[in-house]
Design a protein around this ligand. Structure first.
Ligand SMILES: [Fe+2]
Ligand SMILES: [Fe+2]
Length: 143
């Protein structure tokens, strides 16, 4: 029962938009801080951006990949979707790796903030493309 909203095109699509919107807002404030060279505050914002992505984005991925979650059920219903679902899982994996890189960079003595911003932009872009693909492939694109 818990998984039902993920099967619903508009509920799932709205969730994607809400998650992306929150990440985009944080990115904007990080860019402003970078321009102002407020590195201490920026480091705190980066920390909270990473926490947000782990909780909302990666948390959402985990829910989709759980056994009998959205992905398993889609392939169970339509075995021909197997390869496409593997592709979607790879997108999840790429974002997990990007988050790992951000944590690594943030733990350095000399943090490259521009690099962290670039990673944040990439995460948001890949997540956006992934979300649209997922909606089209698994949720019928709103039909
Ligand atoms: Fe996904
Ligand atoms: Fe999703």
């Amino acid at each position: 029962m818990d998984n039902l909203p993920l099967d619903d095109y508009s509920a799932h699509g709205n969730l994607h938009d809400e998650i992306l919107g929150g990440a985009e807002e944080q990115l904007e404030s990080m860019k402003t801080l970078l321009n102002k060279l407020e590195h201490k505050e920026l480091a705190d914002e980066m920390e909270s951006f990473i926490e947000y992505v782990e909780e909302r984005v990666l948390g959402h991925f985990d829910e989709e990949e759980t056994s009998s979650g959205l992905y398993d059920r889609a392939v169970g219903r339509e075995p021909a979707l197997h390869d496409k679902v593997q592709g979607l899982k790879r997108d999840h994996e790429l974002i997990r790796m990007m988050v790992g890189r951000m944590k690594e960079e943030l733990s350095k003595d000399e943090v490259d903030f521009q690099k962290l911003i670039d990673h944040s932009v990439s995460i948001i872009l890949v997540d956006e493309l992934h979300s649209r693909d997922e909606e089209n492939l698994l949720l019928g694109g709103g039909e």
